[in-house]
Design a protein. Structure first.
Length: 206
């Protein structure tokens, strides 16, 4: 009997937290960042719900790499933050991060994390084997101006690539009173559903 040989998995992301999740779960993969115009994808889905947009961004990232890797399954993931119905992109500057944080103060942040697996064959945007979006609600405490300044002094520029201007695994945990939702969704990828899909697709053993 031949040894079990799983399909190759590529993570279409440069995110350290997503890599850390797969590493901890002992999932074999290669990480290759995807070049996707996220703002264009969002603009094309302007009237869609935030969860749908996060899922579409995940599909777009996976699909961008898939044609160049016909022997692989490509996993894309993305997160989107909404507060009081307003969507927030990654902050483009420290000043914008401060504006975001002051707006978030005392409010509930909805964090939508999407994931998708695309076959590495076919036309770009086709061949999506699986996709999913999960929601976490993060209750932001009242943030003083002094805290916002000390927080940014410690966390900028690292949080410039983070939706919501925080890293939950770092000082960002101090932004919140409590959180509804699992830690993986907050970290940027709904890991348990992803693992279920990887089992179904033969990437990891069932």
């Amino acid at each position: 009997m031949s040894a079990w040989s799983p399909p190759r998995l590529i993570l279409a992301s440069r995110s350290a937290s997503r890599r850390a999740m797969l590493d901890a779960a002992r999932v074999p993969y290669a990480a290759i960042p995807a070049d996707v115009d996220e703002r264009a994808v969002e603009a094309s889905l302007e009237d869609a719900a935030p969860g749908e947009i996060a899922e579409a961004l995940a599909v777009a990232k996976a699909a961008a790499l898939a044609p160049a890797h016909p022997d692989a399954l490509v996993l894309g993931s993305d997160s989107l933050v909404a507060v009081e119905g307003r969507r927030f992109d990654k902050p483009g500057s420290r000043e914008q991060a401060a504006e975001h944080l002051r707006f978030f103060s005392g409010k509930v942040m909805e964090l939508h994390s999407g994931a998708a697996i695309v076959k590495g064959v076919g036309v770009k945007g086709k061949g999506c084997e699986w996709s999913h979006a999960a929601l976490a609600r993060l209750h932001v405490r009242d943030l003083s101006d002094a805290f916002v300044e000390s927080y940014l002094a410690a966390e900028w520029p690292e949080i410039g690539n983070c939706a919501g201007a925080f890293r939950i695994e770092a000082m960002g945990v101090q932004l919140f009173d409590h959180i509804e939702g699992d830690q993986f969704t907050v970290l940027g990828m709904p890991l348990l559903p992803v693992l279920g899909a990887l089992r179904e697709l033969g990437v990891i053993e069932a």
